[in-house]
Design a protein around this ligand. Structure first.
Ligand SMILES: *Cc1c(COP(=O)(O)O)cnc(C)c1O
Length: 286
């Protein structure tokens, strides 16, 4: 007898797929500013608690999710407070800004930097000098430029390959079909330690459409892992930001990049600072 006929049966969808989780993109730009070490401690603890809750919903260990605080647009004073609250790795999306901050904070010698935004080849030199991680690799020209500069510096760099999972022309990243061929070329660049894939989901209040972007990245990672070139790591999935990291975790994120929920809203709208972003309005059909 099929349990599907029992009126008390739980629907399959309810137990395997926590579709109830919503995005928080409606909070975008409204997060209060973190102004003290206490504020940072509080915000980080709150984000960690949400990470743990999302992990519990899908039976994951929270130790398998790394929180990357994103400090872009924030002044050095804010970054110092975040450091005092325990942050030792900060994400920045503009290379020159990140480099300037790195130079100004040399006294914090255990503070590391992750560059999470699109890179032009002429700025590879800067990244090679100070970054410990680069999450937006999307062309062989950039891989080549980074590798050459890293070799010269005697350094290596953890990298994530950025994938465009939303299909939006405004977003950077490789189209999913091109990732396998791209990966096959990367062993040639021995200073790059490939860790996994990164994506920005559709910037939308429609949770299901956002979730589809994360599912696409995970499925792609799983497929590529089956015949990954030697030395190419494909364990990491960097996906999810303030508005959608819980959904990303439910779909397998190992790194979440969270800015505003820790630092507070950014002074300028993302459309100014982050050209790929579109302002969202859940009321407005896209
Ligand atoms: C700014 C940024 C984030 C974080 O966005 P928040 O809304 O501040 O959490 C994540 N990823 C990338 C690539 C970014 O540029």
């Amino acid at each position: 007898m099929s349990s599907a006929h029992s009126p008390s049966s739980v629907r399959w969808k309810d137990i395997t797929h926590p579709t109830a989780t919503q995005t928080r993109h409606d909070q975008h730009g409204r997060y209060p500013q973190a102004a003290t070490v206490e504020d940072f401690r509080h915000n980080i603890a709150a984000v960690q608690a949400r990470i743990a809750a999302a992990c519990r919903r899908v039976g994951r260990d929270p130790a398998g999710v790394r929180l990357l605080p994103v400090s872009k647009t924030k002044p050095e004073s804010s970054l110092r407070l975040a450091y005092a609250a325990g942050c030792r790795l900060l994400g920045e999306n503009k290379v020159q800004e990140a480099y300037r901050k790195w130079e100004a904070m040399q006294d914090l010698n255990d503070l590391k930097w992750s560059v999470i935004g699109h890179l032009q080849t002429n700025k590879a030199k800067l990244v090679a000098r100070f970054a410990s991680e680069f999450q937006a690799l999307d062309s062989l020209r950039v891989a080549e430029a980074l590798d050459r500069r890293l070799q010269a510096e005697g350094r290596s760099l953890d990298v994530f390959v950025q994938v465009n999972t939303s299909g939006e022309a405004s977003k950077y990243g490789l189209v999913p079909e091109d990732v396998q061929g791209f990966m096959a070329q990367l062993p040639a660049y021995s200073a790059l330690r490939v860790r996994g894939l990164m994506t920005l989901a559709l910037f939308s209040a429609e949770a299901e459409r956002v979730r589809q972007c994360f599912i696409l990245l995970r499925n792609l990672r799983d497929k590529l892992r089956q015949n990954a070139p030697a030395g190419i790591g494909l364990d990491e999935l960097s996906m999810g930001m303030s508005g959608d990291f819980e959904i990303a975790i439910e779909e397998g994120a190992t790194v979440v990049r969270v800015g505003q929920a820790i630092f507070g809203a950014r002074p300028l709208p993302d459309s100014h600072y982050w050209p790929a972003a579109i302002d969202i309005d859940p009321e407005e059909p896209s």
